[in-house]
Design a protein around this ligand. Structure first.
Ligand code: ADP
Ligand code: ZN
Length: 721
């Protein structure tokens, strides 16, 4: 190759051609460094026939600067990058970026200098230094990483290094990972499990594209079953990828994995340190990392010998990425499996309607695990009518739920209260003048966080100290909290049961795998009686002594009223119910609602998942909503409201006419302002057969708007805000 077409990591420019200087070996997939103006950028060589670019004569080409000594990105991965860019209307460069690591890992530097505290108190102990040392504890990382953990500037960390309280440590990034052993701790499977495991093992051996829905109630042993497929993949010396919806679930997963395979898998998520990230990327790219468990971003890594993909809790909405490239990891996982010609397993106790539909029409094969492992029964569920049997004024737990908590405490068993709302109260207002605290950047109320004495916006992160007086009328002590968050429920529990040991579990308290591990250990040691948590505790965990689940507000999820509201409520309450009674003692679930006759509540209490899904699916079919029709949202935003409105109108006026396609809007988005940007929304609704990506690309490609306006397209949207 004397000429190479390259996708550079710069989403503002398309592919460019370069001259390949003498002595440089490149082929499609090679990772290179190329000049762009005065800068040097990383990029990947691509097949010229697959990318269009302006024709430039040989004599005008600039030479490539460097080619990394790494395996080239494989053809299936290159096709996946193209497909993702195409389907989600994203720049190729943005998708490529997800496959590549920081330049440090590419260089293959053998070691990296990290720092750690050595437990010595420096002579001059400023409050900042004390805070940093306390928060850092025994953790290790780059100066910048320790600064973030310590909540101080880089300068403070460097000062501590000088003062001899923090020392440098050399970390090699090419240390091999231990090899998981498929024969380490094989389970003895129950018949239904064994049958499913055998089918998956066969699929791994066949080495063909085969999508599976592993559909089993909570506690049925789905993990045990797909572990057997992983074991087979390891035996074949191929790589397996397991996607989890939250980093918080990584820790319990690692433990179970180690029990089955004798060592940890290779984790991949945003919580990794630079050195861990580099080491993991290199081991993945070389094929040495056998089993990778990660968040959705692990999907685009360059596995040279991929043999199996598992998406656990596949129904989870958090697999949808909401910024940058707005892809759905479950759907891209299936596409990757197809391109790599390997099986993919979507595991769920409450599969998404989209997934069930694919199974129903025979595109996916279904493996069913109908019963809980070891004869454990599914918990009994009952609805508590909040109108008939309401809590006392200013309280949120109905008498029947309080009684059940009391019984459980007396019996020495653990309970879980679920409310999907962080903080103390979702709204703070002034009793005297009616003033409400709103975020200055968003169409949203400021949420009170009483533990930290602050008000916070859950959309942009804006925080302010909780004031003592109303900023409007200056009245002291006039501010009242409206509605409950988990912190307020925790207060109520303390008031009711002062002796109970509680734990609040939200992303505010469990913000790292280590914190999750700490929580799990305390639960297992019986140091917690009552957990109060958000959706973070609804899945993954297995606590045999947890026998009571109280759903504080089952109506909450239905309020938004979007396409998937009922489905999501059903899944979430089912999942959290699944935490109860997983051991020998049976579980009980009490669901607080203002509308016990609602279809979701009836289906939950009556255990009629099939009926619920059938009705929801019919409703979708009738309205031609996904999976029977297609949606794409176009969001227009700008700091300047009139610019946003005008651009949205311009886009609306230019909407192409197509049979079987309709364009709604523009209208202000429900979150009309977000992070200081005004937002307008258009919704495209089309028949399945309509190529909406092509149409939208064409449509928007012909238009121009002011520089400050951002137009993003969300294909298959999950958020309707
Ligand atoms: P799911 O993922 O379907 O909720 P899990 O795989 O977490 O279910 O299984 C629930 C519990 O039952 C776990 O503690 C698991 O270790 C145990 N379990 C399931 N199947 C077996 C088996 N065949 N042998 C031993 N333990 C099992
Ligand atoms: Zn905000």
């Amino acid at each position: 190759m004397s000429r190479a077409r390259v996708i550079l990591l710069n989403s503002a420019i398309g592919p460019l051609d370069y001259r390949v200087p003498h002595g440089l070996q490149v082929e499609p997939g090679t990772i290179v460094v190329a000049p762009l103006g005065p800068r040097q950028l990383i990029g990947a060589v691509w097949e010229p026939e697959r990318l269009q670019t302006e024709e430039v004569g040989d004599n005008r080409l600039r030479p490539l600067i460097h080619a990394y000594d790494l395996p080239p990105l494989s053809a299936p991965l290159r096709r996946l990058i193209e497909w993702t860019a195409d389907y989600y209307l994203a720049p190729l460069a943005s998708v490529l970026r997800m496959a590549l690591p920081s330049s440090g890992a590419l260089e293959g530097a053998r070691s990296i200098t990290e720092y750690r505290a050595i437990g010595r108190v420096p002579e001059r102990l400023t409050p900042q230094r004390a805070q940093a040392l306390e928060r850092i504890g025994d953790r290790q990382g780059l100066v910048s990483e320790l600064a973030i953990i310590g909540g101080v500037s880089d300068g403070v960390i460097r000062g501590l290094v000088k003062a001899g309280a923090i020392e440098a440590v050399e970390v090699t990034i090419d240390d091999p990972f231990p090899e998981p052993d498929p024969a380490h701790g094989p389970p003895s499977l129950e018949p239904a499990q064994a049958e499913a495991a055998q089918e998956l093992r066969d699929a791994v051996d066949a080495g063909e594209f085969a999508p599976y829905l592993l559909d089993g109630v909570t506690g049925s042993g789905k993990t045990e079953v797909y572990f057997e497929a992983i074991a087979e993949t390891i035996r074949r010396e191929e790589q397996a990828l397991v996607l989890l919806p939250e980093i918080a679930l990584t820790e319990p997963f690692l433990k179970r994995f180690a029990a089955r395979f004798g060592c940890d898998p290779v984790p991949w998520h945003s919580g990794l340190r630079q050195s861990q990230r580099r080491r993991a990327w290199r081991a993945i790219a070389s094929g040495e990392a056998r089993v990778v468990v990660g968040a959705r971003s692990a999907l685009f890594l360059p596995y040279p010998k991929l043999g199996l993909i598992v998406v656990d809790e596949a129904h989870e909405a958090s697999f949808k990425q909401e910024d940058g490239v707005q892809y759905h990891a479950r759907d891209v996982a299936v596409m990757r499996a197809k391109l790599e010609e390997v099986p993919v397993v979507l595991a769920s106790a409450t599969p998404a309607i989209e997934t069930r539909h694919m199974a129903e029409i025979g595109t996916y094969r279904t493996l069913k695990l109908p019963d809980r492992y070891g004869g454990a029964r599914l918990p009994d569920m009952a609805a508590l009518d909040m109108l008939k049997d309401p809590p006392p004024r200013g309280r949120w737990l109905a008498p029947a739920l309080v009684e059940a908590l009391e019984d459980n405490l007396a019996a020495g068993e653990q309970s879980l209260l679920f409310l999907n709302r962080r903080g103390y109260a979702p709204l703070t207002l002034c009793r005297r003048c009616g003033f409400r605290f709103q975020c200055p950047n968003c169409t949203a109320w400021m949420v009170e966080h009483r533990f930290t004495h602050r008000l916070a916006c859950h959309h942009c992160g804006h925080v302010m100290p909780a004031p003592a007086a109303c900023p409007e009328c200056r009245e002291e002590d006039s501010l009242v909290a409206c509605g409950p968050g988990v912190e307020r429920i925790a207060d109520e529990v303390h008031a009711l049961f002062p002796e109970a040991r509680t734990s609040v579990v939200t992303s505010d308290t469990i913000w790292s795998p280590a914190k999750a591990a700490e929580f799990v250990a305390r639960m297992e040691a019986g140091e917690i009686d009552i957990v109060i948590g958000t959706q973070l505790v609804t899945k993954g965990y297995h606590f045999p002594n947890l026998t009571l689940v109280g759903v504080v507000d089952a109506d909450l999820g239905l309020a938004g009223g979007d396409l998937r509201a009922a489905e999501r409520s059903f899944q979430q309450i089912r999942q959290v119910s699944g935490r109860a009674g997983r051991g020998e003692r049976p579980g009980r679930v009490l669901v607080q609602t203002h509308d016990p006759s609602a279809r979701v509540i009836q289906a939950l209490v009556g255990g009629d998942a099939e009926g619920f899904y059938a009705a929801e699916t019919d409703a979708r079919r009738e309205a031609a909503m996904p999976p029977f029709g297609r949606l794409a949202a176009i969001i227009v935003s700008s700091e300047d409201q009139s610019e946003a409105n005008e651009t949205a109108r311009l886009i609306g006026r230019a909407a192409p006419r197509h049979d079987n396609m309709a364009v709604f809007g523009p209208a202000p988005a429900p979150l009309a302002m977000l992070r200081g940007r005004h937002r307008q929304r258009l919704l495209v609704h089309a028949n399945r057969a309509v190529p909406i990506q092509e149409i939208i690309r064409d449509w928007l490609g012909r238009l121009q708007w002011p520089r400050g306006v951002r137009v993003t397209v969300d294909v298959d949207p999950y958020s309707f805000l």
